[in-house]
Ligand binder design. Structure first.
Ligand SMILES: C[S@@+](CC[C@H](N)C(=O)[O-])C[C@H]1O[C@@H](n2cnc3c(N)ncnc32)[C@H](O)[C@@H]1O
Length: 244
């Protein structure tokens, strides 16, 4: 999708991101991340509006962030406690930040916002170089479900009102493992388009990216409450450690 760069997500979604993007698992995610992070100096890649980082900072965690979008970070700054979290504006594939960390995490499927396998591998490699010897890296992502596509596409209605409709369309490229979404909001006053291109990966490929970056799988769960990961899990929370 030409014209969609690392900062485009925030330009399109920041203003009402928190209203429309509540996965319903924020408290559980914060609890598990807090448990894993303990007193570890932590970095969140793609920190966004601080949905997760702000509650962690409020519990006393030293947490830093990277995000490509000044608009998303401006929303983070508005949250109570969000003003003092150190955030670098940059591409998470580069992890261009000073210092080293004991824990790095990248959640809410955001690895897939990097739209090539190379960029995803680069993200793992650069995150790994920022990790101390006993450092941990955590990813949360959905397990791709190709059954939602018919003839490489879908159209689904998200919401209808008396004078509005919210429709999501998608085109799937199975060879590139990419999906280009277009979310279309139609009201009496006009139509708004909000695209989102992603490149998905299955857990096994993600493990291989980790391996290339000198990381090995330590734990994998099928939920933030540590449900076992099985063949029917819709998502995974995967924890990596430096390869021995
Ligand atoms: C789905 S939001 C997740 C935000 C936050 N981690 C959360 O869980 O609520 C995706 C975030 O990734 C950021 N993002 C997308 N591509 C990026 C890139 N290449 N480098 C850094 N941030 C990026 C967007 O600006 C946005 O803040």
């Amino acid at each position: 999708m030409k014209g969609f760069g690392p900062s485009t997500f925030g330009e399109l979604y920041a203003e009402d991101y928190d209203k429309w993007n509540d996965p319903g698992t924020t408290d559980e995610a914060v609890d598990l991340l807090w448990e894993i992070a303990a007193n570890r100096k932590t970095l969140e890649l793609a920190i966004g509006t601080g949905r997760i980082a702000v509650p962690l900072a409020q519990r006393g965690l030293e947490i830093h962030g990277i995000d490509a979008s000044p608009e998303m970070v401006a929303e983070l700054r508005k949250r109570p406690g969000g003003a003092t979290i150190p955030v670098s504006i940059g591409d998470m594939a580069d992890v261009d930040i000073d210092g080293s960390f004991d824990f790095v995490f990248l959640i809410f499927n955001t690895l897939f916002n990097l739209r090539s396998q190379n960029d995803q591998i680069r993200c793992f490699q650069n995150a790994s170089t920022r990790l101390n010897e006993s450092g941990l890296f955590l990813i949360e992502a959905y397990v791709p479900d190709l059954s939602e596509f018919v003839d490489g596409q879908f159209v689904r209605t998200r919401h209808v009102g008396m004078n509005s409709a919210f429709v999501e369309t998608a085109v799937h490229d199975a060879a590139a493992q990419t999906v280009e979404y277009q979310r279309i909001h139609m009201t009496e006053t006009g139509t708004r388009f909000r695209p989102l291109p992603v490149r998905y990966a299955w857990p096994a490929e993600i493990d291989l990216m980790a391996k290339l970056a000198g990381l090995q799988l330590k734990d994998r769960w099928g939920s933030w409450t540590r449900a076992p990961f099985t063949g029917t899990s819709k998502m995974h929370v995967s924890l990596y450690e430096k390869s021995k």
